[in-house]
Design a protein around this ligand. Structure first.
Ligand code: PMM
Length: 295
């Protein structure tokens, strides 16, 4: 029996059958193969170490391992497509050959295309299609789902673009405008996943309202599967009032991330993208237990 403790999720078309038959929120594990991502930069730059970490995320219960080769942190060093490709391609191949379900976190069509050829099942584009004009034609020609994230610009310019009167209304409007554009480029609506882009062109005062239960409920009604990527982000270090938390350790941010996963599950969001997989999987599963045990 379905109660409001966890809503049934909507999947995009084009996912492998093992995932699309699940009725719960999926857990996407973060695997950054970069020297400079903010929380795990440099940890997995060696392909073998990256593959081992990806296998560990999957064994902890990640439904998808999201491999990225370019840091999106404001101020991160820009790299070219060849460098990004050389970081990720062996890792994607190594994981898919072990039967792991992989997504590719890239704004470059060239990287997306090679990763799909190497067995990745989804393209996660934090640029919302602004990073490479060949991305949408590529996505129109393949079956894989496409994560379209809200963003207003690239790199260091992002902070100056964080200007909102009503962040939820504006994020929704801007994302749906991008949906129209990506569909006009030939991508089928059924393969689109939306993402509010927590931390992208947004400060803490914009991120917090986006993760209120009511806002997540609203996102779940936008007509598309929604992915939430709040894990370990900087805004978790401050209260909603703007006051700094005394404990802003990664452990504290992980604990808050788990709390947000609980909300995402309750709202029926499609997936959460997280660094600490085990604790988030536990929340997803305990919500399901509550669901199954409900009278
Ligand atoms: N955040 C980051 C990278 N990729 N992808 C999606 N879809 N949504 C996000 O919020 C997102 C992302 C940056 O975080 P990281 O450096 O911890 O990976």
């Amino acid at each position: 029996m379905v109660t409001d403790s966890a809503a049934v999720v909507k999947h995009p078309e084009g996912l492998p059958a093992e995932l699309s038959q699940l009725t719960r929120t999926l857990v996407v594990g973060v695997l950054n193969v970069t020297p400079d991502s903010f929380s795990d930069g440099g940890d997995y730059l060696d392909p073998q170490q990256a593959i081992e970490h990806g296998l560990a995320l999957a064994s902890q219960g990640a439904d998808i391992v999201d491999v990225g080769g370019e840091s999106t942190r404001p101020g991160a060093t820009a790299i070219d497509g060849a460098t990004e490709l050389s970081r990720v391609i062996d890792v994607v191949t190594g994981l898919t050959s072990e039967g792991i379900t992989v997504s590719i976190d890239t704004r470059r069509s060239q990287v997306a295309e090679r990763a799909l050829e190497a067995g990745a099942v989804l393209v996660n584009d934090v640029s919302g299609g602004r990073g490479d004009e060949a991305m949408w034609p590529l996505m129109a020609s393949v079956r894989a789902p496409y994560v379209l994230m809200h963003n207003r610009g690239e790199g260091a310019s992002q902070d100056s673009l964080a200007d909102y009167e009503d962040v939820l209304v504006e994020v929704k409007r801007e994302l749906l405008e991008q949906v129209d554009a990506v569909m006009a480029a030939g991508v089928d609506a059924s393969r689109i996943v939306l993402d509010p882009g927590i931390g992208f062109a947004k400060r803490a005062e914009h991120n917090w309202p986006l993760v209120h239960q009511g806002a997540l409920d609203d996102m779940a009604s936008w007509g598309f599967p929604v992915l939430l990527g709040a894990s370990r982000k900087r805004f978790l270090g401050v209260f909603e009032t703007g006051e700094q938390r005394i404990d802003d350790s990664m452990d504290a941010r992980d604990a808050l991330t788990v709390e947000l996963t609980r909300r995402a599950v309750k709202s029926g969001l499609w997936a959460v993208r997280v660094h600490r997989v085990e604790a988030n999987v536990a929340v997803v599963n305990s919500s399901r237990v509550a669901l199954e045990e409900a009278p």
